[in-house]
Design a protein around this ligand. Structure first.
Ligand code: BEZ
Length: 338
């Protein structure tokens, strides 16, 4: 097994080294007068399967890049963690062997703590409000913290909000979560929110969640509706509280040197193509909320709401704990709570 892992790692490294890494081709193609006419084939990596909204957004980004550059800027997309974990991907983006990534804000916050601000619970009325907040000054300043890691943070992409799924307990209020063992992405702000209710958290990676809940190793999970359907969690969890208590952004990022090596016109094409992809993701995903809830209910899950007011003390606890840890988190919280 160990041998196989070493062989796979060597093959992956060879693949990344031998294929055109930062994407610039030496041929000057049909570029227009305002660009330098360079052609690129970029690589983009992310963790979700092709059925997830982030992958669809990546495809939209690819399509827009090609359209807006008359085919000069091409994109190869590597979904489903094909290039490794998010830690591996971000390292590859930093080194320039991969150009672009859609990396969860949860993982990004482990490298650049102010991204934790996005996990302020019940900060947004709906997905559109979060989508709008991404253009606020604090959100932009948070993206800029990636600069010192050799990465340019470009934008945020949203794929639904977080909900709570429970194996066999009909949780109707936060106090019902006391003593439950729940899978929560290994991100301190997300886990702290759950722990404040008296639940304990397990930071299992996505592929281990189905069997963990099936075998009773965990009593439930924090998830998004999209992934709940893709991974058929309705087969192993009876209760779905559509709390929409946190947003779940992916951070769109690019190797800084690669991006700064592009002409201003091409940088604009990249930014506008991403914006089109982010708009597409949020519009499409917002329109699917009712359909997703119905699909889970049709598959036997009890789908219900919990009054957000019941979480008020836990929201206050979060803000009190996380605001003082970082001036940017405080600025973001002040901006979303006003
Ligand atoms: C998760 O780890 O919960 C997750 C990751 C990517 C997309 C959806 C959910």
């Amino acid at each position: 097994m160990k041998k196989l892992r070493i062989i796979m790692t060597v093959l992956l490294a060879l693949f990344l080294l031998t294929s055109c890494s930062s994407g610039a081709k030496d041929s000057a193609s049909s570029g227009d007068a305002s660009s330098d006419g360079k052609a690129y084939t970029f690589k983009l990596a992310h963790i979700t399967p092709p059925s997830h909204m982030w992958h669809k957004a990546a495809e939209k980004f690819k399509e827009e890049l090609s359209k807006r550059s008359d085919g000069r800027i091409e994109l190869e997309i590597y979904p489903s963690s094909q290039l490794g974990s998010e830690a591996d991907m971000m390292q590859q983006i930093e080194s320039g062997s991969v150009d672009f990534g859609f990396i969860t804000a949860a993982y990004t916050s482990s490298r650049s703590p102010s991204f934790a601000a996005w996990f302020a619970p019940y900060a947004f009325e709906d997905l559109e409000a979060a989508h709008k907040e991404r253009q606020s000054e604090p959100a932009k300043k948070i993206l800029a913290t990636l600069d010192e890691q050799g990465i340019t943070g470009l934008d945020y992409l949203f794929a639904g909000q977080r909900v709570m799924l429970f194996k066999d307990k009909d949780v109707q209020k936060p106090e019902d979560m006391k003593g439950l063992k729940l899978r929560v992405t290994p991100s301190p702000p997300m886990q702290d929110f759950y722990k404040s209710t008296g639940a304990s958290t397990e930071g299992l990676p996505l592929p281990e969640v189905y069997s963990a809940v099936q075998t009773g190793v965990i009593d439930g999970m924090d998830m998004d509706l999209d992934a709940a359907i893709t991974n058929k969690y309705y087969e192993v969890a009876k209760y779905g509280a559509v709390t929409n208590h946190m947003v779940w952004p992916a951070v769109a990022m690019v190797n800084k040197k690669t991006f700064e090596g592009m002409s201003e016109e091409d940088q604009k094409i990249v930014r506008e193509s991403l914006e089109a992809a982010a708009d597409y993701a949020v519009e499409t995903r917002s329109g699917q909320e009712e359909e997703f809830k119905k699909e889970l209910a049709d598959n036997g899950m009890k789908i219900y709401d919990i009054d957000p007011e019941l979480f008020k003390p836990y929201i206050e606890e979060f803000d009190k704990k996380y605001g003082p840890t970082d001036p940017l988190i405080q600025e973001f919280i002040d901006s979303v709570r006003k």
